[in-house]
Design a protein around this ligand. Structure first.
Ligand SMILES: [Zn+2]
Length: 222
């Protein structure tokens, strides 16, 4: 599985306190997040599965994917999920200047905002503070600082499902999540083609497992 852990170590959270890694609560609540969509092959199926369990989630969308598939983006909004920014072109922070990084993130936010304005009904408010998740988890401190100054909150994660990893099974992906998640955790999945096989297996099982234990799945509360 490489060097990246399923569960974010507390030392990392302490070293990068400006990022949101989790929410501290004793309530049985989990925050599912889906990166990289909207994707025709998997996003609608993800929405249908969430609906079956009355679960809300947050979708960190790529700007160019929203432009290609605006109707899918509208379905996400219509179902009452929260939208996050995942950059315009899924760029790598460590290889990008601060200026280019901020421009790219702002371009995605403009697309997100204009689509939210088109929505007839949406739980997402346009004036909600924008949330951003760095692609590949790569972001320089200077980029994080610049985004924060512009009002973005950088959301990282507590748990990685590893759904994108073709070397693991859907069952392992499911076990990664259920064995490690605690109340208030932020869990990463992907509504991408690459992750779709593992996601289709793991997501309904994760939802069933925690629903049975009395958990609720909510949009990120910020
Ligand atoms: Zn991504």
């Amino acid at each position: 599985m490489g060097i990246v852990p399923v569960k974010t170590p507390s030392i990392i959270k302490k070293l990068l306190p400006d990022f949101v890694w989790e929410f501290f609560t004793s309530e049985k609540v989990l925050f599912l997040t889906f990166d990289d969509g909207p994707t025709p092959e998997i996003t609608q199926c993800t929405l249908d599965t969430l609906k079956q369990f009355n679960a809300k989630a947050t979708f960190f969308c790529i700007g160019t994917n929203i432009q290609k598939h605006p109707h899918i983006f509208q379905s996400i909004l219509k179902d009452g999920h929260r939208i996050g920014n995942h950059s315009n072109t899924h760029l790598k922070g460590w290889k990008t200047s601060v200026k280019d990084y901020v421009l790219n993130v702002n371009s995605a936010q403009e697309i997100i905002n204009s689509e939210i304005l088109k929505a007839e009904t949406s739980a997402q408010k346009l004036n909600a503070s924008p949330i951003f998740r760095p692609p590949y988890g790569q972001i320089k401190p200077s980029q994080g600082k610049a985004l924060k100054a512009m009002g973005y909150t950088v959301i990282t994660w507590s748990i990685l499902s590893f759904d994108w990893d073709k070397d693991i099974s859907g069952e392992t992906c499911y076990l990664n999540v259920i064995k490690n998640s605690k109340p208030g955790n932020i869990i990463v999945f992907h509504d991408s083609v690459k992750a779709s096989k593992n996601l289709k297996h793991a997501l309904p099982k994760v939802l069933a497992y925690f629903t049975e234990k009395g958990y609720e799945f909510k949009t990120l509360p910020l």
